[in-house]
Write a protein that binds this ligand. Structure first.
Ligand code: UD1
Ligand code: CA
Length: 455
């Protein structure tokens, strides 16, 4: 099969009124990333010669989001229908000779393999005029119905509003996505009218127009989850759920154990290795990398963190951006890390805050240790050397260094550097009064009894 260049037109002119949002619909995040960028990422894998995003309502937001990617936009000033929207890309595709994929910005989960199937079908020897991506939803609702024969050749697509009872009984629905050769596309669009129930220019009408020229079109099917669209917050949550289901399946296929997969939430860029165990209710924010053999216990939250081989995290750990947990280190319950390195084999097992800190290999950070990194104006660093031992409930007031092998006594407030192998003990002298507590108790009990007798 000869290879032809590919272009993509992504429709994103719709208002998204039902989102009730100041943010454009296609910029609402799925797995922490605008849905439009998920789609563009998939399109990119086809190495398209051109990509055009058709904008309309809220165009400034969409333009700002795609400009850094060097992607062209075309303005659809008035939303007169999907055919009219695609026609706006004519100028941006001037001189392009190849296959055009038409996608919807609010249908973000379409896989590159499916896009390839559409293009491959368009290139088959029978030369269909268009390839339509269809699906069979549990509830066909108001989707356009695909009128096709058993061999996957189709005559037309009828919009629900325009369909009769017999056509409405068809279960094969139009996803809206289509592949058409550029040489056919714009000529067909020119002939689409708006004499229909909605008074709109329907893109699917190109099928019937091609048929009138004696050109057949083809339909291929995919599962409903892949072509799920977002029109409301409820559908946004469903698409997020679908994305998460796939990410969990991928993580498991690549050798991670998820004990309760449905409770683990990934980000668009989460990387986890082999033989990683993720316990229930773990959330990955953006920018997390987890190496092989790591265990992440229940209820941990990670974001912008790097976790090296064999480390052990949680339960109830919070790793914030810049957390860097090295080989075999241990971050226990209610420990928060931010811009902090926990060296190989080091431990911070309980109730600790490590911020703007560097902890050397094998150091032990006692329960309740706090690096006091902020004075209300500026942030400062704490350095803890290899093999140091920080006693429980210590406050390390940065900037401060604790040398290798040093010991900080429990309850210390350390405001200046501790040299290597030294003991730093910063506590008030203890005062002791033998028998005082007993005498106090007896006096108070007598007082209470006298008060009661006088009532
Ligand atoms: C469309 C299809 C229908 C299909 C359904 C799948 C038509 C006429 N109908 O229906 O067969 O089952 O999608 O969801 O195409 N858009 C623009 N400019 C416009 C109109 C739409 O950019 O003038 C964009 C929207 O932002 C959206 C997409 O095109 O991303 C689809 O528009 P929408 O109004 O949701 O299409 P439907 O009429 O629901
Ligand atoms: Ca829609």
């Amino acid at each position: 099969m000869m290879t032809r260049p590919v272009a993509a037109i992504i429709l994103a002119a719709g208002k998204g009124t039902r989102m009730k949002s100041d943010l454009h619909k296609v910029l609402h995040p799925i797995a922490g990333r605008p849905m439009l960028l998920h789609l563009i990422d998939s399109v990119d894998q086809l190495s398209p010669e051109r990509v055009v995003v058709v904008t309309g309502a809220g165009r400034e937001q969409v333009e700002a989001a795609v400009a850094p990617l060097g992607i062209a936009t075309a303005l659809q000033a008035e939303q007169l229908g999907t055919a009219h929207a695609v026609a706006q890309a004519r100028e941006a595709l001037a001189g392009f000779d190849g296959d055009v994929l038409i996608l919807y910005g609010d249908v973000p989960l379409v896989e590159v393999a499916t896009m390839r199937r559409m293009i491959d079908r368009l290139r088959e020897e029978d030369r269909p005029a268009a390839v339509v991506l269809a699906f069979r939803p549990a509830d066909p609702a108001a989707y356009g119905r695909v009128v096709a024969d058993d061999s996957g050749r189709l005559d037309r697509i009828v919009e629900y509003k325009d369909a009769n009872a017999e056509e409405r009984a068809i279960t094969l629905c139009n996803s809206g996505l289509m592949a058409v050769h550029s040489a056919d596309l714009f000529g067909l669009l020119d002939r689409v009218g708006n004499d229909n129930a909605a008074g709109e220019y329907y893109l699917p009408d190109v099928i019937a127009l091609a048929a009138a020229d004696g050109r057949h079109s083809a339909v291929i099917e995919t599962d409903a989850g892949e072509v799920a669209g977002v029109n409301s917050r409820g559908e946004l949550a469903q698409v997020e759920g679908e994305w998460q289901r796939r990410a969990r399946a991928r993580a498991m296929a690549e050798g991670a154990t998820l004990i309760a997969p449905e409770t683990v939430w990934f980000s668009h860029d989460t990387r986890i290795g082999r033989d990683v165990v993720v316990e229930p209710h773990v959330v990955f924010g953006p920018g997390v990398q987890v190496a092989d053999g790591v265990t992440i216990h229940a209820f941990s939250h990670l974001e912008g963190a790097t976790v090296a081989t064999g480390a052990d995290i949680g339960p109830y750990a919070r790793l914030r951006p810049g957390a860097d947990v090295r080989e075999g280190a241990r971050v226990g319950n209610f420990v928060e890390m931010k811009k902090a390195v926990l060296g190989p084999g080091a431990k911070a097992n309980h109730l600790t805050y490590l911020g703007d800190a560097e902890v050397g290999a094998g150091a032990n950070i006692g329960a309740g240790t706090i690096t006091c990194n902020y004075d209300g104006f500026l942030k400062y660093r704490t350095e803890i050397g290899e093999g140091a031992f920080i006693g429980s409930n210590s406050a390390l007031v940065a900037p401060v260094k604790v040398g290798a092998g040093a010991i900080v006594g429990a309850g210390s407030v350390v405001t200046s550097d501790v040299e290597a192998d030294a003991l730093a003990l910063v506590r008030a002298e203890r005062r002791s009064k033998p028998g005082w507590a007993k005498r106090f108790r007896e006096m108070m009990m007598a007082k209470k009894a006298a008060k009661k007798a006088g009532e």
